[in-house]
Structures are given as structure tokens and as C-alpha cells.
Design a protein around this ligand. Sequence first.
Ligand code: TYM
Length: 332
Amino acid sequence: MEERKILYSAIQPTNNLTIGNYIGPIKNWISLQNDYNCFFAVANMHAITVRQVPAELRQKTLEVIALYIACGVDPEKCVMYVQSHVPAHAELCWVLNTFTYVGEMERMTQFKDKSLRHAENINMGLMDYPVLMAADILLYQTDVVPVGLDQRQHVEIARDIAQRFNNAFSPTFKVPEALYAKIGAKINDLQDPAKKMSKSAENPNGSIFLSDDRDTVIRKFKRAVTDSGSEIKYDPETKAGISNLLSIYSAFTGKTVAEAEADFAGKGYGDFKLAVGETVADKLFPIQKEQARLLADKAYLEGVLRSGAERAARAANKTLSKVYKKIGFYQL
Ligand code: TYM
């Protein structure tokens, strides 16, 4: 891999991925894959911070890899792998734990949210989650991390940890930058546009899953909560529902928000919601078909993962061995 900058991102193989996961990070991955050396992981070690059904976790891991490829991530150009296949992630996480303060982790918004939602299981992993994510990113000397806005705090703590380590020893880690989609860095829930669209939403009508069939997609958009008034105009402050739908439409058509508004000038909310639903359904169908085709070819997917794990481990172990040397671990 020559002189290109490094791009790193990952998704947890939990629940069903939504169009938020696609619009926020994955679309950016696809447009940047020719310009960066890219690493895309399936974050199964993060996933177990909340209880998972083992057979489902195993299956979803393959589904997510197949989805990356079906969305247009090119396995010839990018390294795609499963986080647990590269032991350096857990190893660096342990070292970085000693450069992270308990108070910082207790203040993380996602930790606080998840502690409320999983009050019966506030395990150490849940709290340590951002440190593992920092290890993911820092192992690859990453320049940019394309994520949705909900990951902002986690990328910031990764930067802090990198700087802290670099200052304690000497420059070891590249300090990464988060990269957000221009449109759609935060796609909101269709039933409650003040909230992020989530894989684990209580009301499934609020989320469009990448696996939803055409009728379901259109039905959910038809039921989407809109705002008072009748104009189709982008104004997240006063028209959160309509603005969210405009963002989704722009992301799926490649049009600017102004062009999207122009498409619906003089039209009613009903027509608009139907058009957004049809646009999204049209786009999802070929992705679903390709994902199903890939999932039927397990040998191919395992080949991608095997080669991905090897290439990822090679890059990761370089950083890990530098770290071990700096902190004084006796090496043979
Ligand atoms: P996860 O699995 O929750 O989400 C995967 C990615 O999707 C983005 N996203 C959204 N973007 C826009 N609108 C939404 N409604 C929306 N919902 C989710 C997330 O911001 C994320 O980019 N901790 C990470 C996974 C991870 C990771 C990493 C990411 C592990 N290690 C290293 C980057 C670098 C997570 O749980 O994402």
C-alpha cells in the first residue's frame, strides 16, 4: 500500500442496519475508496457489550460484510475484516486503558444512554467501548474516520488518547479526524424526528432497515411524522420531519437539498412521502439482491475475510509492536 492516506471505519453487527448507517458512513466510504487506503471492520467485539444471541451474531457478521460489498465497497481495493480476527485490537485496548480515565468514560453520552437501556447489564465492556474503538482507529495510523454524528464523542476521545500517549513517549499514533457526510450525518427517526434513526429503536416504523421490502419501505414513509404547514422546505428547526425526509431523498438521489425542494415545489406532503419511499425502495432492491447473492457464496466471503484479516493484522501489528517497545514490554 503506497503513499495514500488511511481511512478507517466499522459497524457493529447488531440488529438490522438502517438507511442511517448507509447514508451517514457507508456512502462516504464508497466515494472515498479510490482516494484512501481503506480498512472496514465488522465490530463484533463492540457488539458483545450488549447481550447477543451467538448464532445471530455469527450470521450477522457475514451479512454485514456482504452488505458492504453489495453497497459498492470493493474488496479488491479495501481491506474488509472482522475485528475479533485481529487480536491486536484487544491487545492495544488493554494498553490504552491505562491512558484513559474512568471519569472520562463515565461522562460518555452513549455509555450513559446504554446504561439506562441495559440497566441489568452495565458491564465493564460497555464502559470500555470507546477505548476499544480508539484502539481500532489508532492501530492503522488512521487519517480519517467517516462516521455518523453520534460517534463524534468517540472519535474525539480517540484523538485525546492518541495525543496523551504521544506526549508521554514520542509520536506513535497519527491523530485522526472524523469525517461526516455533508447531507445525512444524522438521519432521524421517521416517527420521532427529534431522535436519531436507530438499529435498536423501540418502534420499528421509525427506522427503515436496509432489509425492508418495497411495500414496507413505502408504508413506513407514508406514515412518517410530518410538521404543521404544507410547504416542502428544509428547515430542521421548525420542520424536523420534512427536513429529515429531504435529507434522505437528497442522499438517495445525489441531488442537493435545493434541487430536492424544487422537485416538490407546489406538491403536498402525501405525494412527497410516497416519492421518497419509492426512491429509497428502488435503491435498496439491487443492494438486497446482491447481498443475498453474496451470502449464498460463503466460500467467497470467507476468502475476503481471510485475506482482510491478514492484511489488517500486518498493519496493526506494526503499530502494536512500536507501542510495546515504547512502554517497556520486553520483546523477544
Ligand atoms: P454503529 O454500528 O452504531 O453505527 C455504524 C455507523 O452508522 C452511523 N449511524 C448513523 N449515521 C447517520 N444517521 C443515523 N441515524 C445513524 N445511525 C448510525 C454511526 O455513526 C456509525 O458511523 N462504535 C461504532 C462502530 C465502530 C467504529 C470503530 C466506527 C467500532 N470501531 C472505529 C469507526 C471507527 C458503532 O457502534 O457504530
